[in-house]
Design a protein around this ligand. Structure first.
Ligand SMILES: NC(=O)c1ccc[n+]([C@@H]2O[C@H](COP(=O)([O-])OP(=O)(O)OC[C@H]3O[C@@H](n4cnc5c(N)ncnc54)[C@H](OP(=O)(O)O)[C@@H]3O)[C@@H](O)[C@H]2O)c1
Length: 202
């Protein structure tokens, strides 16, 4: 079933994910802190099915994708009633970038648990966060197999819907398990971060 995806963010990851969703026939609303009119160049480059909105408008979509800086998470809370909404968390908890790439001190918590605090009641699925955006953007169907996307989440039905959706984009999805423990494998500095895996066809 074709859906509308609202992306909070309009940068590298937003454009990479939007490209795959649009190719599969979904509609995509990208958003940022800018007036949506200023995102028209990006919308035109993405092509048919893409539009720009405010973060609050993007938050109304069937499935919401978080593709924004870690430092901006607190702006999510008031955007909508997040109860039972499916949200894909593509963020990483970097607080500084090149050359040192430091991550926030989360104690023993997984980064997606912290994200979930900002969107109470949402069905959060971590995904699209492990690959460098230029790798994420290219066709996931390689000659030898399909590029792997890791997901984690606590709501079985929502995770299944996200898994099916990502598979229809051409990726092979590996479900790691729960947010609190298993998503740590895929978060920034975890063992699966940056791993560009192709699941071989038989
Ligand atoms: N780059 C990668 O290869 C990569 C890979 C995996 C995961 N990630 C993670 O994905 C997230 C996005 O990374 P990126 O590389 O796409 O960053 P980016 O290119 O800098 O894009 C970030 C986007 O978020 C928007 N934004 C900032 N604050 C916002 C807010 N409060 N509400 C709505 N939009 C907001 C920015 O626009 P304005 O500033 O105009 O608002 C911009 O369009 C980060 O958490 C990053 O760690 C990145």
């Amino acid at each position: 079933m074709k859906k509308t995806f609202g992306i909070i963010g309009a940068g590298n990851i937003a454009k990479a994910v939007a490209g795959h969703l649009l190719k599969a026939g979904h509609k995509v609303i990208i958003s940022s802190r800018k007036d949506p009119a200023l995102l028209q160049e990006t919308v035109s480059a993405l092509g048919a099915g893409a539009s720009a909105g405010t973060p609050a408008e993007a938050a109304q979509a069937d499935i919401v994708v978080l593709a924004m800086p870690w430092s901006q998470l607190s702006t999510l809370t008031g955007l909508t009633d997040w109860t039972n909404r499916i949200v894909i968390d593509a963020t990483n908890h970097f607080v500084t970038f090149a050359p040192d790439f430091q991550v926030a001190d989360l104690g023993s918590r997984a980064s997606s648990e912290v994200v979930a605090d900002h969107i109470p009641g949402a069905h959060l699925v971590k995904g699209f966060n492990t690959l460098y955006f230029k790798v994420l953007a290219i066709d996931p169907r390689e000659a030898t197999g399909n590029r792997v996307i890791f997901i984690s989440g606590d709501h079985a039905n929502s995770k299944a819907e996200v898994k099916t959706t990502i598979e229809t984009l051409g990726f092979s999805v590996v479900d790691l398990g729960t947010l609190a423990s298993d998503s740590k494998l895929q978060q920034a500095k975890g063992p699966l971060a940056s791993l560009n895996l192709i699941r071989k066809l038989n």
